[in-house]
Design a protein around this ligand. Sequence first.
Ligand code: ZN
Length: 136
Amino acid sequence: MNKAVRAIGEIVIYHAHIYYDPETTRAAAEQLRVRIGERFKVRLGRWHEVSVGPHPQAMFQVAFETEVFPALVPFLMLNHGDLSILIHTNTADQQRDHVRDALWIGAKLQVKASGLPTEGPPNEAGEPNTTPTLAA
Ligand code: ZN
């Protein structure tokens, strides 16, 4: 085992995927989404009411630049309630990003990453669509 050290510059952006149950925890997810938008400059993705791609449950995505991580991730740690949140890097290897190198807040779910590419252009964040007015 003499693998090359990976530099943090490989990380283009991060995603947080906020999972919920449409029957029981959607209101909690809605509240957390509002609280994120009030405090952080991020791109809030649309609601996915059913499992899509590698994601095992309904969820929405939050895409954010690396400089947002030190405030947003602790905020989610303290405020996720009963929701499960996957935090993952976006590098050239999406399979590693989603499984081996991922962080979980709350209960860990099983991500189906086998269909994800292991090389290719990383995801970009896109323009933030929030206008924060409150301090974290
Ligand atoms: Zn993602």
